[in-house]
Design a protein around this ligand. Structure first.
Ligand SMILES: [Zn+2]
Length: 307
């Protein structure tokens, strides 16, 4: 398996909330001096956003031709004729991120092979409360209604993304999704600009690091190199290796390379048995949405209109 250590640097203001609460998500964060309450970015939010980045390529008109002209979406949305669109379960993005789909042959659920830890603050973010004037959109005049908005301002977040797979092609796909995503959180059209830096990629026989474990050793952002150098020793001791960040090609080529893997092709065939009616009579297995790695809620929270 691979573990990718990402330093996520917030460029200005971000809104990292759940359920539309006007309050940043925080976590009791371990530090070398003890627990501290700090902002946190939930792993499932990072996963949803980075999956969506991959889907932008996957759903391009010239690319979707390779997938029977279908589209792949993060969560089911009602469509004309009562059909449901959702994860297609027949593409590289579904292979890595998992999902749930109902078909004529039954339901098929897959747990993702890419696992996102929460991203913990290194203690260098500010919490900023701004009073916003509510502007009447018809008259363009400022009304008396005032609202406060709470932001996380600047700072950096340490994060581990684990990949339960050993193919370099799959690693490149996940790296591409991390490095091509530039904003996170609510109303990400305006807020939540992020610069993601890959600080280490390790290939290990079993999980070696977590975001939680790392943040507990990092006293300040200046300590990162020292902590990662110590990690390097542990990687070697555990029989693992440190991987250099590969040179990434264009998005479509990266997606194609995973699509052509024998293992992925084989998985497509397996899923097809569940989703297609031919030769199968309700072979589907019952799965609950919790078993898949993405829920509808993630999608709504990430949506521009809902935040
Ligand atoms: Zn898909």
């Amino acid at each position: 398996m691979y573990q990718i250590i990402v330093l996520r640097k917030l460029q200005g203001r971000g809104i990292f909330v759940t359920e539309d609460r006007n309050e940043p998500n925080t976590a009791m964060t371990p530090t070398p001096k003890g627990l501290e309450e700090r902002p946190v970015i939930l792993g499932r939010k990072l996963a949803a956003k980075e999956r969506r980045t991959l889907l932008e390529t996957r759903n391009k008109p010239e690319v979707k031709k390779k997938y029977n002209d279908t589209e792949c979406h993060l969560s089911p949305t009602p469509k004309e004729g009562g059909l449901i669109k959702g994860p297609c379960m027949q593409c590289p993005v579904c292979f890595t991120h998992g999902g749930l789909r109902s078909g004529d042959g039954g339901n098929y659920g897959r747990a993702g092979i890419v696992l996102y830890d929460d991203a913990y603050s290194l203690g260098d973010s500010e919490i900023e409360v701004l009073t916003m004037n509510a502007v009447d959109t018809v008259t363009q005049r400022t009304g008396t209604a005032l609202a406060t908005e709470t932001f996380v301002y600047g700072g950096s977040f340490i994060n581990v993304v684990s990949l339960k797979d050993d193919h370099p092609e799959v690693l490149s796909l996940i790296l591409d999704s991390i490095l091509s995503t530039g904003s996170y959180g609510a109303r990400s059209r305006h807020y939540g600009r992020m610069k993601n830096e890959i600080r280490r990629i390790i290939k290990v026989p079993r999980p070696l690091v977590t975001s939680y474990g790392l943040v507990g050793q990092i006293g300040s952002p200046d300590d990162i190199n020292k902590v990662l150098n110590e990690l390097d020793v542990k990687v070697t001791e555990s029989g693992g290796e440190i991987i250099t960040v590969p040179k990434l090609g264009n998005h479509e080529k990266i997606l194609d390379d995973v699509n052509n893997l024998e293992e992925v092709r084989h998985w497509y065939e397996e899923v097809a048995k569940y989703l297609k009616p031919e030769g199968s009579k309700g072979r589907g297995k019952k799965v609950t949405p919790d078993e898949s790695s993405n829920t509808e809620k993630d999608d709504q929270e990430e949506g521009e209109e809902n935040n």
